[in-house]
Design a protein around this ligand. Structure first.
Ligand code: ADP
Length: 217
């Protein structure tokens, strides 16, 4: 499968992507994870991205396209990929089309995970993330706390609240989503690739993806 996951922050793109990788061996590519890894590592990419991320702003398209151009050419992409958090703007989607053309690849679908705003807000304020850049496991203080408070079950590192998940940054991220990313829904509808799923459970989203066969062009 080669697909794009669309949806507001907190819609469950990451969770759905992780479960889908187990179905067919495609890999998850999360630009957010890559960027957080770079910030923790303190490398040049991380230094350039950090300010934007902390404020809940999007990182410039040129930086993101540089990451994706390299990433999509790694050998592990051959079995398929699930793009989580990318593209985020119309220029990124257009640049992705050019890049895929160049690489001789074709997308199967763009899945729009549609979740009500109150559910999203609740999820984001209660979300906690493992601080180890190689792990980044996700927990929820209400529905899925780590076994030992504040400590990651998988790697033992501290589990923290992301800087961009304090309340002010969250509402800014949601506004940014509505302005810059939501227009991608229309973009992929025009391309004949859109599947919208209104569901709050990842199982329901995966079931809808499995059943979907794209309309003939
Ligand atoms: P979310 O939980 O909001 O889906 P991500 O983990 O995907 O968050 O991204 C976190 C932050 O990283 C974003 O708020 C943004 O600053 C930056 N980022 C991630 N992906 C992109 C992208 N494709 N374009 C621009 N900025 C991005």
């Amino acid at each position: 499968m080669k697909l794009i996951l669309l949806g507001a922050p907190g819609a469950g793109k990451g969770t759905v992507a992780k479960q889908l990788t187990q179905l067919d061996g495609s890999i998850q590519i999360s630009t957010g994870d890559i960027l957080r890894g770079a910030v923790q590592a303190g490398n040049e990419l991380g230094k350039q991205a950090k300010g934007y991320m902390d404020r809940g702003d999007l990182v410039p398209d040129t930086l993101i396209m540089g990451i994706m151009e390299k990433r999509l050419q790694e050998p592990d992409c051959q079995k398929g990929f699930l793009l989580d958090g990318f593209p985020r703007t119309i220029p990124q989607a257009e640049a992705l089309n050019v890049l895929l053309n160049k690489l001789g690849l074709k997308l199967d679908m763009a899945v729009n995970i549609d979740v009500p705003r109150n559910v999203i807000l609740d999820r984001l304020t209660t979300r906690r993330t493992c601080s180890n850049p190689k792990c980044q496991a996700i927990y929820n203080v209400k529905s899925m706390p780590p076994k030992k408070e504040g400590i990651c079950d998988k790697c033992g590192s501290p589990v923290v609240q992301r800087e961009d998940e304090i309340e002010a940054a969250i509402s800014h991220r949601l506004d940014t989503y509505n302005q810059k990313t939501a227009p991608l829904i229309g973009f992929y509808e025009k391309e004949g690739l859109l599947l919208t799923v209104s569901a709050t459970s990842s199982e329901a989203v995966i079931e809808a993806i499995r059943k979907y066969s794209p309309p003939n062009p």
